[in-house]
Design a protein around this ligand. Structure first.
Ligand code: NAD
Length: 278
């Protein structure tokens, strides 16, 4: 008999999340007895995350993904952290049962998706728009991918500056810098843009910048995945720019989580096909 692998997602308002069906279907495809439960903590005051993890451990859970607003707070309750977690300062996966080990598969999942999209395109100058929680993970990935220059822009210049300060010692030189608030000239000067703000979701319609202002051939990578085709991607594609939607990152974080939890390599193509059906 295959042992049951019990996993969970901890967060607020996670009812609509596509991660549970993604995990369960792929676990089944791998021949595992794999369950993935939602632990929705919304509306609870003074959540004791340590107690939530202890409860899951007592019930035999192997791991928990962690999402908004607990990705940073959860670090106070783990025994070990991966290199990415230490640098980024947040985690989205905790392996349980014995020592609790924190990982950040948003970072590794984003990177895998962007690498496959870029192929042999040069890793030149990239602009990242958005310096919030997800932006910390994507910027760390961009630095690890060897871009010659990574420029960070945010509506809130202090957020961009804080991100740059955090990673100053990773880039070790002037590869990472803040936009200083100005986008107009930058857009015509970069090889690609990573968009990491909520703009483009139903609650935040519009675009954070005009893709028509990009230089010919510049690519656009989007992290928003609901909807999969944002206004940004639609307009960028119409203007002839290569585009990558947020689906590969969403699938990548789930696939990397499954690999860490089970020690088995999930089929990423199969997971992407499933994701597109959901
Ligand atoms: P956040 O609220 O922590 O940060 C958003 C940042 O964007 C803030 O710093 C804000 O000042 C900035 N911003 C907002 N509007 C802007 C604009 N018009 N121009 C420039 N900057 C602007 O949010 P987050 O956790 O970083 O998440 C951002 C988005 O990333 C989410 O909405 C979600 O769709 C997406 N996301 C996708 C995945 C995935 O797997 N594909 C994973 C995580 C997050």
């Amino acid at each position: 008999r295959t042992p049951v692998i019990r996993t969970a997602l901890i967060g607020d308002g996670i009812g609509p999340s596509l991660t549970p069906p993604l995990h369960e279907r792929e676990g089944g495809e791998l021949g595992l007895d794999y369950t993935y439960e939602r632990v929705d903590l919304s509306g609870q005051d003074g959540v004791d995350l340590g107690a939530v993890l202890e409860d899951l451990e007592a019930r035999g859970f192997a791991a928990a993904n962690v999402t908004h607003p607990y990705k940073q707070r959860v670090l106070a309750h783990v025994d070990e952290t991966s290199e990415e977690v230490r640098r980024i300062g947040s985690a989205n996966l905790i392996l349980l049962g014995g020592r609790r080990v924190a990982h950040n598969t948003d970072c590794t999942g984003f990177r895998a998706g962007l690498e496959s999209f870029l192929g042999t395109r040069p890793r030149g100058r990239v602009l990242q728009v958005g310096a919030g929680g997800a932006g910390l993970a994507t910027a760390y990935s961009l630095l690890g991918m060897g871009f010659a220059e990574v420029v960070i822009h945010d509506l809130d210049p202090a957020a961009a500056d804080a991100l740059v300060d955090r990673y100053a010692s990773v880039s070790g030189d002037s590869r990472l810098r803040s936009s200083g608030g100005g986008l107009d000239r930058l857009l015509g000067e970069v090889d690609g843009v990573v968009h990491v703000t909520p703009v483009g979701m139903a609650e935040h319609p519009g675009t954070a910048f005009a893709p028509e202002d990009l230089a010919a051939g510049a690519w656009v990578s989007e992290v928003v995945y609901r909807p999969l085709e944002t206004e940004l991607l639609r307009r960028a594609a119409a203007a002839g720019h290569p585009v990558l939607d947020g689906g590969l990152m969403a699938v990548g974080q789930a696939a990397d989580s499954i690999a860490l939890i089970t020690g088995r390599e999930p089929d990423r193509e199969r997971m992407l096909a499933h994701f597109l059906e959901l």
